[in-house]
Design a protein around this ligand. Structure first.
Ligand SMILES: Nc1ncnc2c1ncn2[C@@H]1O[C@H](COP(=O)(O)OP(=O)(O)O)[C@@H](O)[C@H]1O
Ligand SMILES: [Mg+2]
Length: 388
């Protein structure tokens, strides 16, 4: 027999009381600060709806801090959390220890994972929450990992016939062993790219960190060196000339019905939507409704829904597409299984266009996390469970 969770422990409401939630934010990633803004906004919205909310801030070293009960962010800036101890927070706890602590709380909270990037969006934290038997928001281990790994994601998408740009895989080992051979392979690959331009990306990162455009053949070596500083695997893609960047918001647990909104659009202020454009200057334009014809919007939505279900995403995600201005073709670029989630982020804004305000959206995501847990009972096999 499988040892399922007793009813009531996965965060189901009892006697009509709303589910308790533990919001987790911060984390050791380039998106630490934006995650704090996302997480505190989520905590505030959920607490405002009458839910018991606890908050964990993960510091840059990976330590989990439990903020004081009823804590409300007073300052405006993430820097207020630089020293969680000074806020009266308890910690730092190891991730497993914190997850076990959450699992021991009654009523047992659903964990709202408001982390972005590595160690949050990539399946690592999800694995720790699985281990503790917790219900949590968003995608599970596998979909999170696939979503973070660009070449792996593209392989899945291509295998399902979804439109992705061609790419070249390069590893640090290949580069170290045969630099000139790798550059020759890049040269052959670039022959089919518009203007022979390529864009070089670390395989598993985000925030455009380590990415650059090789405008000319001479730029390829430094572009590769840069990307390899951040990951031992790199991908090279044709660089579309200032593509339109269309982004679709998806909410739901397949095979249940999905709510698909958008596309919205990002209009970068620089050569591409790089780290500086995302987080340093504030000049990019982010539109919750892109001006595209109905057929393009429908195509974006259909690709987004398809890839979401394909990788087994759950809860919510933002699917990003590139529209090539020359050919009018739409390419699937990536999925973000924990998209930016501040009140002014594109995902909540697209959902608000569809009539779901920020607080209702947070509550829906919590409920989807609880439903996903309930549909996937915790199973701990013992030798007695095995065939004899
Ligand atoms: N093939 C491409 N051609 C042109 N621009 C691209 C291409 N791929 C990515 N970009 C630009 O780089 C940005 C970041 O790339 P992306 O693959 O989304 O990485 P990240 O996960 O870091 O967001 C995109 O938003 C877009 O501006
Ligand atoms: Mg992106």
């Amino acid at each position: 027999m499988n040892g399922g969770e007793p009813a009531g422990l996965a965060g189901e409401p009892r006697n009509g009381t709303p589910r308790a939630v533990a919001v987790v934010f911060g984390g050791p990633s380039a998106e630490h600060d934006v995650s704090i803004v996302s997480g505190t906004a989520v905590a505030e919205a959920l607490a405002g709806g009458g839910r018991p909310v606890s908050q964990f801030c993960i510091d840059l070293a990976g330590g989990w801090w439990l903020l004081p009960a009823g804590h409300r962010r007073e300052g405006r800036r993430p820097a207020d959390y630089d020293d969680p101890g000074a806020l009266g927070a308890a910690g730092p706890f190891g991730a497993g220890e914190a997850a076990a602590g959450i699992a021991g709380a009654r009523p047992r909270p659903v964990v709202f994972v408001a982390l972005h990037g590595p160690f949050g969006e990539d399946g690592t934290v999800q694995a720790i929450l699985e281990e503790a038997g917790l219900a949590y928001t968003g995608s599970g281990v596998a979909a999170s990992a696939i979503g973070m790994d660009k070449p792996l994601f593209k392989r899945f998408a291509r295998g399902a016939g979804l439109p992705v740009l061609p790419w070249l895989d390069v590893t640090a080992g290949q580069w170290a062993a045969d630099r000139s051979g790798t550059l020759a392979a890049m040269d052959a690959f670039a022959a089919d790219a518009p203007g022979r331009r390529v864009i070089v990306k670390p395989a598993c990162l985000g925030s455009s960190v380590g990415m650059s455009i090789a405008w000319s053949p001479a730029d390829r070596e430094p572009a590769m060196e840069l990307a390899l500083r951040y990951d031992a695997r790199v991908l090279v893609e044709p660089c579309l000339p200032t593509p339109r960047e269309l982004e679709v918001a998806v909410l739901g647990n397949p095979p249940g019905e999905l709510l698909v909104g958008g596309p919205g659009e990002v209009i970068p202020s620089r050569d591409f939507y790089d780290y500086i454009d995302k987080y340093v200057v504030d000049d990019a334009r982010v539109l919750s409704r892109a001006e595209v014809d109905e057929a393009t919007a429908a195509r974006c939505q259909s690709i987004a829904g398809a890839v979401y279900a394909l990788i087994g995403a759950q809860g919510f995600a933002r699917v990003d597409l590139l529209l090539d201005r020359g050919s009018g073709r739409v390419y699937l670029n990536e999925i973000n299984t924990i998209p930016g989630f501040t009140p002014i982020s594109l995902f909540p804004r697209i959902m608000a266009e569809g009539g779901l305000d920020f607080a209702d959206l947070c509550a829906r995501i919590v409920d989807l996390g609880a439903a996903a847990r309930a549909a996937r009972p915790v199973r701990r096999l013992t030798p007695d469970d095995l065939p004899r």
